[in-house]
Design a protein around this ligand. Structure first.
Ligand SMILES: O=C(O)CCC(=O)C(=O)O
Length: 308
């Protein structure tokens, strides 16, 4: 079989219909209308913080990310969803070890590979507002690259500043190849380890400017989510409180990059049948243009369906 035969065999008309997802997008005007209705127009739109606009990405939201390097959607999760995430994590965190190095944090617990552990995390991973931003930023067929919980305990010191896609050796400045989200399961405060962000640092070149610019602590209530490109410099904050700070980090990447977590091993075909088609696609049971990800010349979805 030559290369063209392969393309004909697996893409695009060989793709299952539910892989081509059409999502409605609200325009700026309708976002602002909704926001004004919720706030009575009384509250000014702060530059980097918004009330979750519902299940849409919006140019206003993308503009804030582009300008500031991050945005916070407040109250993006219902309290019941926050609690179900906390419950799903509790057995893993209770028993789980602390970090193994400075980066993971010696007073911090991490639970990796969340989609392999519970369906409680799916509403976060599949949040339509986040996915719409990801699609605009990363293009079609983007993938999940990491999904982990981070519980910063009392006594933790601040993590080293870094950006999440540093391991892709691509010269900066450049557009991001990944989108990071950080969901607050506890309130994030400046005292309990709220993430330290460097506004505008997504535009930096390869070197960190000197002197080091000011960091801003990410303060947000439980149920909120921060979105930032994988090029934004940030760090977990020091926890000088006596409470733990639980967050869930979910990251997406362009379709052509290797995922950080090996989801096809963590959620093999038999288990993948039990998750939604959209999540399967994000895990990597999908084809990136033109035929990246094929299995023996076929769409991976066929393997999942056949493996009964
Ligand atoms: O949990 C946080 O606040 C961020 C941690 C972080 O950036 C990381 O571990 O890569």
């Amino acid at each position: 079989m030559d290369e063209l035969d392969l393309v004909r065999k697996i893409a695009p008309d060989d793709e299952p219909d539910d892989f081509v997802l059409e999502r409605g997008r609200a325009d700026l005007a309708s976002f602002l209308r909704g926001w004004q209705q919720r706030t009575g127009g009384a509250e000014p739109l702060r530059p980097w913080r918004m009330t979750a606009p519902g299940r849409v990405a919006d140019q206003a939201l993308l503009d804030v990310i582009e300008h500031e390097g991050y945005v916070v959607l407040e109250d993006a999760l219902a309290p019941a969803t926050v609690e179900s995430v906390r419950e799903a994590l509790s057995p893993h965190l209770g028993a789980g070890p602390f970090g193994r190095n400075e980066f993971e944090g010696f007073h911090t617990k991490r639970v990796y590979s969340l989609p392999a552990k519970s369906r409680a995390f799916d509403p976060l991973i599949e949040d339509e507002s986040v996915l719409a931003v990801a699609e605009t930023m990363l293009g079609p067929n983007f993938l999940l690259t990491a999904a982990l919980a981070i519980e910063i305990g009392p006594g933790e010191t601040a993590q080293g500043l870094h950006y999440d896609e540093a391991f892709y050796s691509l010269p900066r400045p450049r557009p991001p190849v990944s989108l990071s989200t950080l969901w607050a399961i506890d309130d994030f405060t400046a005292e309990n380890g709220g993430t330290l962000l460097v506004p505008g640092s997504h535009r930096w070149g390869d070197e960190m400017p000197s002197p080091r610019p000011e960091v801003v602590p990410l303060e947000m209530s439980a149920g909120s989510v921060a979105l930032y490109p994988g090029t934004l410099w940030h760090a977990g904050g020091a926890n000088v409180s006596d409470e733990r700070r639980l967050g869930v980090s979910i990251q997406y990447v362009v379709s052509w990059a290797r995922q950080q977590e090996s989801y096809l091993l963590a959620i093999p075909p038999k288990a993948a049948r039990e998750v939604s088609p959209r999540l399967r696609q994000l895990l990597g049971y999908s084809i990136g243009p033109a035929f990246m990800g094929h299995v023996d010349g076929r769409h991976p979805e066929k393997l999942v369906r056949a493996d009964r």
